[in-house]
Design a protein around this ligand. Structure first.
Ligand code: MV4
Length: 450
């Protein structure tokens, strides 16, 4: 094989903590970086640390971080040979991936075809069925009429959930507990799907009442080598926003995780997928059900890095450059436990965003503590974007040690000037259900209701 070369210059098409995360990987790999930013992010840490930066538009995302021609122009004028899309924004946009590849710039991610395939949730499910991955029982494809919906419900049984084909993240989902509720639920789901995604196609599944959200991290190169890096438990969430994530899941037995890992790895290899990816499952009653696949890096990737020792961003960049994976499944060992606390600039009880000037900032440290954040004292948290300002990522040899260390690290963490959800995390670390690992996707919202 001819020796593949790394990129010379990567444009980071993102902002905030993840832009900094990518920048750090590039710098360690000897790759030059280009930061793009909106006018609201001119003083951001990733802009300061990048080799070059380009202001690509005003504050609103659609005019800056979602502005494909502006980003492409920035890559062109700086001579970047690759673009890393980060998370959110254009990271799962097949049109963007295609557009930059057509301009001779590498998209650090999967092929546009794989992005498209997984963006359509019905196609994603069908593909996974064909690859031998267990899915939630439901309609074979889109559901067009009330009669069709009734028929499917009768064969599968209530409760049923109706989801948008182009959806994800929970928008446009409706539950029907019986046949009477079905027509109304269908109508509402369809209207929400149309309004949010411009596509009113919906599909149906058996509704699982108290599942855990388990996701499996995969990594595959261009040469058919695929591995999994274990699972993350992301059940602790509010309104589909993950708050606290763990690796490995406290709810799985070793043989369950091994079996799931094998199924997933085989599927990914057969699919010819490349890059990093995450398969999301619901887990209930000892069974896994595939829901969606994310074809990008995820916010919670550091916990997987902590328990495997593998730098996912570096691997992602190497894969895009055509470098084969230099480890096999048997080389990967899930060791110890990791927890991520997402620190949002929000009131810890009302969750109302709290942008503004950071007047004091002191981060925790010591063994097993990692902070991924773009914050510094004097930084102004802009009001235009999501409220994630820091990730506290903690490692422990055991889960119990990890939770104790979370508590200790949170105690050291000082952020003033903006409100944060640190007080919520402090409470979570002390909760008996968290300490025992006994929780599902509804646990946090029930707890907050009191
Ligand atoms: C489900 C479900 C129960 N049964 N599907 C929410 C986001 C979207 N990706 C899928 N979601 C769900 N799908 C069936 N068949 C419950 C949810 C769900 C959920 C899933 C993961 C994490 C948090 C959640 C919160 C509410 C509902």
């Amino acid at each position: 094989m001819t020796e593949k070369k790394l990129f010379k210059k990567v444009l980071i098409a993102n902002r905030g903590e993840v832009a900094l995360r990518i920048l750090r990987a590039c710098r360690e790999m000897g790759i030059k970086t280009v930061a793009i930013h909106s006018t609201a992010d001119a003083d951001s840490m990733h802009v300061r640390l990048a080799d070059e930066s380009v202001c690509i538009g005003p504050a609103p995302s659609r005019d800056s971080y979602l502005n494909m021609p502006a980003i492409l122009s920035a890559a062109d004028i700086t001579g970047a040979d690759a673009i890393h899309p980060g998370v959110g924004f254009l990271s799962e946009n097949a049109t963007f991936a295609r557009m930059i590849e057509e301009h001779g710039i590498t998209f650090i991610g999967p092929t546009p075809e794989h992005i498209e395939m997984m963006g359509d949730k019905i196609t994603a499910k069908k593909t996974m069925i064909d690859l031998g991955v267990p899915v939630v029982p439901g309609s074979d494809g889109g559901v067009d009429t009330d009669e069709e919906a009734l028929e499917i419900s009768t064969s599968i049984g209530y409760p049923m959930i109706i989801k948008a084909t182009s959806g994800g993240g929970g928008k446009g989902m409706k539950v029907a507990n019986n046949a009477e509720e079905l027509p109304q639920a269908l109508r509402l789901a369809r209207a929400e799907a149309k309004a949010n995604f411009g596509n009113d196609q919906v599909y149906m599944e058996r509704y699982l009442r108290k599942p855990r959200h388990i996701e499996v991290q995969v990594l595959a190169d261009m040469y058919g080598n695929a591995v999994h890096l274990g699972e993350r438990d992301c059940s602790i969430q509010r309104r589909h926003q993950k708050i606290w994530e763990e690796a490995p899941s406290p709810g799985l037995k070793q043989e369950e995780r091994e079996k799931l890992g094998k199924i997933v790895t085989k599927a990914i290899a057969k699919l010819g997928y490349r890059g990093v990816g995450t398969l999301e499952f619901l887990y209930e009653g000892g069974e896994f059900f595939f829901m969606e696949m994310n074809t990008r890096l995820q916010v919670e990737h550091p916990i997987t890095e902590m328990v495997t020792g593998i730098d996912l961003v570096k691997e992602q960049i190497k894969i895009a450059a055509g470098i084969p994976l230099d480890f096999k499944q048997e080389d990967i060992e899930i060791k110890g436990h990791a927890i991520e606390c997402r620190i949002n600039a929000e009131n810890a009880t009302t969750f109302i965003p709290s942008p503004g000037l950071v007047t004091r900032y002191h981060t925790p440290g010591g063994w097993g503590v990692r902070i991924d954040s773009h914050l510094y004292q004097g930084y102004k948290v802009p009001p235009y974007y999501d409220s994630l300002i820091a990730k506290l990522v903690v490692y422990g040899h055991t889960r119990a040690e990890c939770i104790k260390r979370v508590e200790r690290a949170l105690h050291e963490f000082v952020i003033e000037g903006v409100e944060t959800i640190i007080p919520l995390h402090q409470k979570l670390a002390l909760e008996p259900d968290i300490q025992s690992g006994n929780y599902d996707i509804h646990w946090l919202e029930k707890k907050l209701k009191g």
